[in-house]
Design a protein around this ligand. Sequence first.
Ligand code: RTP
Ligand code: MG
Length: 137
Amino acid sequence: MSQRTLVILKPDAVRRNLIGEIIGRIERKAGWRISALELRELSREVLEQHYGEHVGKPFYEPLVEFMSSGPVVVLAVEGERVVEGVRALAGPTDPIAAGPGSIRGDFGTIVRENLIHASDSEESAEREFKLFFPGAE
Ligand code: RTP
Ligand code: MG
């Protein structure tokens, strides 16, 4: 079942020079390929749409502050079960609870600064792809 997912390497990953490390893990999965990729800064408008489900929660404002604190890498990845697959590579939201071997478990300590976003369903993936790559196929 080939799918597409939307991945963001968060500002902490870019600041810590972990772009290659993280993208390398994604690229090495058999049959997956990167179909779009850009380093850019995210506006509050885009972040409000992206994190719409979290508006009003206590962590929402600090999350938007953090996500706009520097450049991120936005990418689309395609391949077999890639939605579930990149979430599995990332590990649970809390990096301390995430096991070794996962991206968050290997490199993170702080819940907010957990290095990577990956779409949580095929529906989210399509919505997020349109948000971050408007006009693309
Ligand atoms: P993401 O959306 O970024 O892929 O992460 P996720 O599904 O694992 O986590 P989610 O619950 O959607 O939360 C989105 C992001 O908000 C930050 N967060 N901070 N209690 C907190 O301080 C808190 N909880 C969540 C994290 O950066 C999380 O990835
Ligand atoms: Mg989420």
